[in-house]
Ligand binder design. Structure first.
Ligand SMILES: Cc1ncnc2c1ncn2[C@@H]1O[C@H](/C=C/CNC(=O)c2cc(-c3ccc(F)cc3)cc(O)c2O)C[C@H]1O
Ligand SMILES: [Mg+2]
Length: 214
């Protein structure tokens, strides 16, 4: 049966990256997706901003919405302190299967829990089923029309505390206008925009950091 693009990305990593070396996994995904087939990874330019915002936050508990192939999952997991908890949610089984193999190849299997499911179903289960109290850092990179409902769901479920960081990809391209308007005007977040470029392209994009005021 014909391979998918995501399977080709995985194969390229398995054949070219160094097992147990997260940076070589990241670099090889960027190499494949910039030279051979574009894919919706956060990429290296926005990835550097993600790295820096994450380091500033130094989180104990991290949630990612939209694992895809696990590129940002590896970027995040490689920077977490020992004992930190990291949950990532993906509802496409084929993407989750690729991500799990990429995460394991990078040597980060024990740092990440890949949860297969829809974020709107998983978020309400985080407290009881996944024993999460509060989230220190949330990376939002799934369907763009889900950014707002899921942010409001995180609030409703009592998962955000004063200082919790919500970092959203693609607030320019493809854009998440309702999310952006909400976090910037609802009065419950301090927002910072980080202008950058769309992964592997020259088009403009940006990350938005929304820090919950509690
Ligand atoms: C609700 C829900 N629950 C669990 N997983 C969910 C979910 N919604 C999506 N997902 C999963 O996240 C992933 C989805 C990510 C969506 N990201 C995108 O659509 C996306 C699109 C572009 C883009 C930019 C310019 C262009 F011309 C074309 C595309 C760039 C990006 O960085 C993106 O993240 C994979 C999907 O299965
Ligand atoms: Mg994205």
């Amino acid at each position: 049966m014909s391979e998918t693009k995501e399977q080709r990305v995985l194969q390229f990593v398995l054949q070219n990256a160094i097992r147990g070396d997260p940076k070589s996994v990241i670099d090889n995904i960027d190499k494949y997706c910039s030279q051979r087939e574009w894919a919706m990874n956060v990429g290296d330019q926005k990835g550097l901003i993600l790295d820096n915002v994450l380091k500033e936050s130094n989180p104990n508990t991290v949630l990612e919405l939209g694992t895809y192939c696990g590129y940002s999952t590896v970027r995040i997991a490689r920077l977490l302190k020992p004992g930190a908890r990291f949950l990532t949610v993906e509802f496409n089984p084929a993407f989750a299967a690729v991500a799990k193999q990429i995460i394991e190849f990078a040597g980060l299997k024990d740092k990440v829990q890949v949860i297969e499911g829809n974020t709107q179903d998983i978020i309400p289960q985080l407290k009881k089923k996944y024993e999460v109290d509060k989230l220190d850092f949330v990376f939002v990179d799934h369907w763009k029309d889900k950014y707002l409902p899921d942010t409001q769901l995180l609030e409703k479920c009592g998962l955000l505390a004063k200082g919790s960081v919500v970092l959203a990809d693609n607030v320019i391209t493809p854009g998440a206008p309702e999310f952006l308007k909400y976090v910037r005007t609802c009065g419950r977040y301090d927002c910072t925009n980080y202008p950058s470029f769309l992964e592997y392209m020259d088009e403009r994009d940006a990350l938005e950091k929304a820090v919950f005021r509690g």
